[in-house]
Design a protein around this ligand. Structure first.
Ligand code: ADP
Length: 333
């Protein structure tokens, strides 16, 4: 879908880079997390020590990478970026850790996808700033201890629950990022329009904000699609352009995209509103269970279309109403 993160696209990356807030003050919303981070960074600065390890948890596009960059920036430390999928062996992690300079911030995106062997190395590194490097195999294998420069690990994950407890426990602080309010997304969009030198009507920005799935990354992308539309059709970027562009890209009035709708329609039509188990749901829509659970569901739950019960996922009355379907006679919650 045009709205899902596409790390392959240089244009999208350049665009995101240009719009990334550079300081906590510029970072819109998440006031609770901002306050928590501010305190943590200031305390470390007063004591001239490296800040505690920080875990950032939340659905994609809510600002985890941006916050990692800001943490490095605000504490005046260099930033090293890596990701779970890039760490497939303990050796990959050893190479990164042993080359860190004192005080460096190490960002590991999608940290729940790191290899198990690397995870265990990371425990010791986080706790004691040292690792054991295994040399040789079998009976002759020895481990050589290696001291590391003190560093701050900033891990990002779509759900803190995906991490094994020993890893989760080694973070001094876990920031849970929430979906953004409409007003906050309007601020994100106003800022983006200014930076991109776009003139967009105020009510049009509000409409994009309403249909952005509570997510700044999506808000910025929709803004770009509206800009495209206005450019190609030679219209202004007003309410009409927003409606036309977002309809073209299958974003509905609640901001649901194709996958959101596929999940809801499966629960509603195929399973009569549920309950339906996560894995059954994932197979039915042809997606990974993890994606359904940590990307799709959080928003559907948050806007009240879906509930999670011990027996499975259940569509709410609002869901039947939104999709203009009649609930089965037996009734639904
Ligand atoms: P994540 O790492 O959680 O997937 P990112 O940090 O990459 O999300 O954010 C995606 C984009 O959304 C960024 O390029 C940035 O422009 C925008 N963004 C995210 N959070 C904010 C925010 N609080 N204020 C302004 N823009 C934001």
């Amino acid at each position: 879908s045009v709205l899902s993160p596409d790390p392959e696209s240089d244009a999208e990356l350049a665009f995101e880079g240009a719009l990334r807030p550079k300081s906590l003050a510029e970072f819109v919303g998440q006031s609770k997390v901002r306050g928590q981070l501010e305190l943590l960074l200031q305390a470390a600065a007063i004591q001239s020590r490296t800040p505690d390890h920080i875990l950032l948890a939340g659905p994609p596009g809510l600002g985890k990478t941006t916050l990692a960059m800001i943490i490095a920036q605000e504490s005046g430390r260099p930033l090293r970026m890596s990701s779970g999928p890039a760490i497939q062996h303990a050796g990959d992690l050893a190479a990164v850790l042993s080359s860190l300079t004192p005080g460096e911030v190490l960002f590991i995106d999608e940290i729940h996808r790191m290899a198990r062997s690397a995870e265990e190395m990371l425990y010791l590194a986080m706790e004691d700033f040292r690792i054991d490097i295994m040399v040789g195999k079998g009976a002759g294998a020895t481990s050589i201890p290696l001291d590391l420069a003190p560093f701050t690990l900033v891990g990002a994950t779509t759900r803190a629950g995906l991490l094994p407890n020993p890893l989760r426990d080694r973070f001094g602080f876990t920031a849970h990022l929430e979906f953004y309010e409409e007003g906050e997304l309007e601020q994100v969009l106003t800022r983006a329009a200014r930076l991109l030198d776009l003139s967009v009507d105020r009510d049009a920005l509000g409409e994009i904000a309403r249909r952005s799935r509570g997510t700044p990354r999506i808000a910025n992308r929709l803004l770009r699609r509206v800009r495209d539309y206005a450019l190609v059709k030679g219209t202004g970027a007003g309410m009409d352009a927003v409606h036309a562009a977002l309809d073209l890209y299958d974003v509905d009035a609640l901001g649901l995209d194709r996958l959101d709708r596929a999940v809801m329609m499966t629960v509603l039509r195929r399973f009569d509103g549920g309950p339906v188990g996560l894995n059954t749901l994932a197979v039915s829509v042809g997606e990974e269970a993890e994606t359904i659970e940590s990307v799709v569901e959080p928003f559907l739950v948050r806007i009240g279309l879906l509930t999670r019960t011990p027996r499975g996922r259940v569509a709410t009355r609002d869901a039947w109403r939104h999709f203009e379907l009649a609930p089965p006679a037996a009734g639904s919650p």
